[in-house]
Design a protein around this ligand. Structure first.
Ligand SMILES: C[S@@+](CC[C@H](N)C(=O)[O-])C[C@H]1O[C@@H](n2cnc3c(N)ncnc32)[C@H](O)[C@@H]1O
Length: 280
């Protein structure tokens, strides 16, 4: 570790990073000056970005709570980020959880946080390589792939370019999951707030992870082979809001990211199944 204690050796502290910038937007303490500068540029382009980050975490809580109520007691959280309040293992208090992120700071911090938690683990890996992720002993020993798993991909797949085929990546995970498993996704879009989202993408151009916005139809296609739960692919505050805190008064908040939850059916899924969604 460096002098900062929570930054592993070998990290270039002059290059901003998505995981730490998102931590800054969420009010966390695991970010550097370069990340805060980037976060401020994101806020210039999208003044509601802090609120939107919290909306995403609210959605995470609602979706995980729903999965637990449906009997899911194990989760694979890909692109899990720097652990912050309301992590999956805190929402699903009896579930086994494997956190996966490519960012060393996110994983180092997750390991510290999970030191006393037997039922959760953190792995540094690239989510674009399902064979690698699923063969890691920490994942393979913790999760039972013969039983339903909650596969979480929150604000992560927009870092995967089309050339790396995010649809194919999700399909490779899907094919390893037992029926009754769920896919939970949030994904940034420029469908409506096109100008502001372009400015956000421009401001993050210095990071290693570039943003790849997708349309609602493209996000819906990630659910191929899953049955989409109501209300389909929708603005992320509109997915089954439970209380005043889940509902955003600002309609623009729902224009920046889509959310959806699908379940892998028991009957044979057709590979080119087109998931259904509702217009927001
Ligand atoms: C915006 S954060 C989202 C964190 C968390 N999932 C949430 O929604 O609160 C995106 C995370 O995805 C991670 N990430 C980006 N590309 C990745 C990849 N190819 N493999 C694994 N993690 C990745 C980043 O390091 C970052 O921590």
């Amino acid at each position: 570790m460096t002098d900062l204690g929570w930054v592993p050796d070998g990290i270039d502290t002059n290059v901003p990073n998505v995981a730490r910038t998102y931590d800054y937007l969420l009010g966390g303490a695991h970010n550097l000056a370069v990340d805060r500068e980037l976060g401020d540029r994101v806020l210039d382009a999208l003044p509601g970005a802090r609120r939107m980050a919290r909306i995403n975490r609210s959605f995470l809580r609602r979706a995980v709570t729903h999965l637990v109520a449906s009997g899911v007691d194990q989760f694979l959280d890909l692109g899990s980020g720097i652990p912050t309040a309301g992590n999956v293992h805190e929402v699903a208090t009896r579930a086994r959880v494997a956190y996966v992120d490519s960012e060393p700071v996110a994983v180092a911090h997750a390991r510290l946080l999970l030191a006393d938690v037997d039922r959760a683990t953190a792995v540094q890996a690239d989510l674009r390589d399902p064979d690698d992720v699923l063969s890691r002993p920490e994942v393979a020993d913790l999760l039972d792939f013969d039983r339903p798993i909650g596969l979480l991909l929150l604000l992560a797949l927009h870092f995967v370019p089309d050339s790396d085929d995010p649809w194919g990546v999700v399909a490779r995970y899907r094919d390893r999951l037992a029926p009754g498993s769920h896919l939970v996704v949030t994904h940034a879009t420029a469908d409506r707030r096109t100008r502001a989202m372009r400015d956000v993408a421009d401001s993050t151009a210095r990071t290693r992870e570039r943003l790849h916005y997708r349309t609602r139809a493209e996000v819906t296609r990630l659910f191929a082979g899953f049955d989409l739960l109501e209300p389909g692919v929708t603005g992320f505050a509109l997915w089954r809001p439970e209380g005043a805190g889940d509902i955003s008064a600002d309609a623009d908040d729902n224009a920046v990211a889509y959310a959806g939850v699908g379940v892998k059916p028991t009957a044979h899924p057709t590979p080119d199944h087109r998931a259904r969604g509702t217009l927001t």
